[in-house]
Design a protein around this ligand. Structure first.
Ligand code: SF4
Ligand code: F3S
Ligand code: FES
Length: 264
């Protein structure tokens, strides 16, 4: 193949979905973009591995099979295998998504894997989303800012309306996988853009009656071009979020509130 140009969507495959389901026993070709930034000799290249499709095989299973039987040096991350920890996000046939929730039968027989862009590359398919998420979290102060100055552990918790608790829970389902950031054109251009994940967190804390912050406080952390006004409504974030968070609605809502705050 021509190594100078890498096409991340195999011919015949739609992003995230193969042209036809792969049958059990059929050959799978998994091509991985490999690069180790810690090794000065390392050059980015696609490496091919061949496996046999088996019933219920996910990319988690396939990558572990490669590491166990073909190549122990391959780097990738997994923790929960259940779509909960967010650590297995990678670009699969051109689309950022979770490897542990992706069936090889749906994306094969040729699968091209690359690490999530935007985040610091550790090696091969492993990226440091934690470092990025922590910086975003510290900048936006994504924790409840209590109304009372002192924490009183003897106080009985206040009741919360179940409908409101449900709305907060809906936004709290974010697993910080980073797919929305990798799919976002603004995040590719603006290093400090907080992404849909950050804007969604502001939406979550705005809802929380225990948080003492006002829209003026939120405007201070998100009312600029690295915050909600940097979003160009490209909606890649909404399309790829594996938890189906209502990002489009939340971004529009937070933008309206911050515009009212800034220009009102
Ligand atoms: Fe992942 Fe969705 Fe959270 Fe973005 S908003 S980090 S895509 S779960
Ligand atoms: Fe990016 Fe989503 Fe806005 S993809 S530009 S954060 S709508
Ligand atoms: Fe946890 Fe995939 S391994 S989300």
């Amino acid at each position: 193949m021509n190594e100078s140009r890498i096409d991340f969507v195999p011919p015949g495959a739609r992003p995230g979905r193969g042209a036809r389901p792969v049958k059990d026993g059929e050959k799978l070709t998994i091509r991985v973009l490999r690069y180790n930034p810690a090794d000065p000799q390392s050059v980015p290249h696609l490496q091919s591995y061949e496996l046999e499709q088996s019933a219920g095989m996910t990319l988690f299973i396939a990558l572990n099979e490669i590491r166990e039987k073909l190549d122990p040096s391959l780097q990738f991350d997994f923790v929960c295998r259940a779509g909960i920890c967010g650590s297995c996000a990678m670009v699969i046939n051109g689309r950022p998504t979770l490897a542990c929730r992706t069936l090889t039968r749906d994306v094969g027989p040729e699968i091209i894997l690359a690490p999530l862009p935007v985040f610091e590359l550790i090696g091969d398919l492993s990226v440091n989303t934690g470092k990025w998420m922590r910086a975003m979290s510290e900048r936006l102060e994504t924790w409840v800012h209590m109304k009372q100055a002192e924490l009183d552990l003897t106080r009985i918790e206040e009741r919360m309306d179940p409908d409101l608790a449900e709305k907060i829970y809906e936004l709290d389902r974010c697993i910080e996988c980073g797919c929305c950031v990798s799919a976002c054109g603004t995040a590719r251009m603006r290093e400090d853009f907080v992404g849909a994940v950050g804007i969604n967190k502001i939406a979550r804390f705005r809802l929380d009656p225990r948080d003492a912050r006002t829209d003026a406080d939120y405007y201070e952390v998100i009312g600029d071009d690295d915050g909600v006004f940097g979003c160009m409504s490209l909606l890649g974030c909404h399309d790829v979020c594996p938890k189906d968070l209502p990002l489009q609605t939340q971004i529009a809502f937070v933008r309206r509130k911050m515009a009212a705050q800034g220009f009102g």
